[in-house]
Design a protein around this ligand. Structure first.
Ligand SMILES: *Cc1c(COP(=O)(O)O)cnc(C)c1O
Length: 359
């Protein structure tokens, strides 16, 4: 039996996509072999690699001045790749909105003068700092944000206006809502939240930033955006299976009507859950309402003991991976694109029942 999987990542994938992958696992497209067994230079794989890139461009309306790269190492590798590629004069501004933003900042400190220009740490990361009030340093090479905070359940609904290129870690909400790519110098995202199995990292980079590294701090060949751009992301062996799965997910999303349509469903799912939590008199979510994530919904019951009991009992109702991150405690429902409305409804019915039995 398939469960409703609320994992923050690696996360649930659309059932249709899994079934398609299963169907063609032993014999991909008449080649007589699995996609996991063939050369990354084969016609069949190169066609997929190309299709995935084109579909992502189409879905996110990525302007011509940007390259789409498929790399490895996760978002965490990009914490280093971003400063190594973009710190031309050695300065970068960071906005801290959670654990991953902190990690990105700490990594940048290894390579240059990284500064925290705003932070919601003093508010327990329950909100996004007021972007109108931030002053950025002159001559900063870029400004880094984490646009959706997976652990704390916050998201930017507007982006800071900067003269330096804006860089965003979109790992946990890429493809969940319409975003104007032209506002950014660079976007990166680990695929395992909203796109594909782990192993693939998406980078969308403005072409003029591809070789913006400092002469004093040469960027490793494999981490250079220019290396990947010049080689259609096939400089070395790419994560073939993840790219294939990403391609299937992109096709699925296109068939669904694209990001505009999935955004409506995502807003509907998130509203159902937040409205229920806010009106339950039993559960609470501590995030400032205007900054709530559509993808990651942390919540608590009135006590730690009940939180534990909740997680345990939910599993017997087919609701799994709902335990909150250790930094926040309680529960977290990650409701990415692949989570059907029925999954959110099933969660809410269980929450209702649990509240009745325990209040
Ligand atoms: C999951 C996540 C990461 C870490 O991604 P890896 O691919 O495991 O390195 C970084 N940033 C955000 C916002 C995330 O959600």
């Amino acid at each position: 039996m398939r469960v409703y999987n609320f994992s923050a990542g690696p996360a649930a994938l659309p059932l249709e996509v899994l079934e398609q992958a299963q169907k063609e696992f032993l014999d991909y497209n008449g080649t007589g072999m699995s996609i996991t067994e063939m050369s990354h230079r084969s016609k069949a794989f190169m066609a997929l690699n190309e299709e995935a890139r084109i579909l992502l461009r189409e879905l996110m309306k990525i302007p011509d001045g940007y390259d789409v790269l498929f790399v490895q190492g996760g978002a965490s590798q990009q914490f280093a790749a971003v400063p190594l590629n973009l710190m031309k004069t050695g300065k970068a501004d960071y906005i801290l909105t959670g654990n991953f933003a902190e990690k990105a900042y700490e990594e940048a400190c290894l390579y240059g003068d990284a500064a925290v220009v705003a932070s919601s740490q003093d508010r327990g990361y329950t909100c996004i700092p007021d972007i109108e009030k931030i002053s950025f340093r002159e001559e900063t090479d870029y400004v880094h944000i984490t646009s959706n905070n997976t652990i704390f359940g916050t998201r930017y609904t507007a982006f800071p206006k900067t003269t330096a290129p804006l860089v965003a870690d979109m790992s946990s909400h890429i493809l969940s809502e319409e975003i104007d790519v032209s506002l950014f110098g660079l976007i990166y995202a680990g695929a395992q939240k909203n796109i594909a199995p782990a192993g693939l990292t998406i980078v969308i980079v403005r072409k003029d930033l591809e070789e913006n590294f400092s002469p004093c701090l040469p960027c490793p060949t494999m981490l250079r955006y220019s290396t990947q751009a010049k080689n259609d992301s096939l400089y070395n062996t790419p994560p073939c299976f993840s790219i294939y799965m990403a391609c299937l997910v992109f096709r699925w999303l296109k068939k669904f009507g694209g990001i505009k349509e999935i955004q409506k469903i995502n807003e509907y799912k998130a509203n159902l859950l937040y409205d229920f939590i806010d009106n339950s008199g039993f559960y609470s979510n501590h995030v400032e309402k205007k900054d709530r994530s559509l993808m990651n919904v942390p919540f608590v019951t009135p006590s730690k003991e009940l939180d534990e009991k909740f997680v345990k009992e939910a599993a017997s109702f087919g609701i799994v991976s709902i335990k909150g991150h250790r930094l926040v405690g309680g529960m977290r429902a990650s409701i990415y694109n692949a989570m059907p409305v029925d999954g959110v409804k099933a969660l809410i019915s269980f929450m209702k029942k649990f509240a009745q039995e325990n209040s």
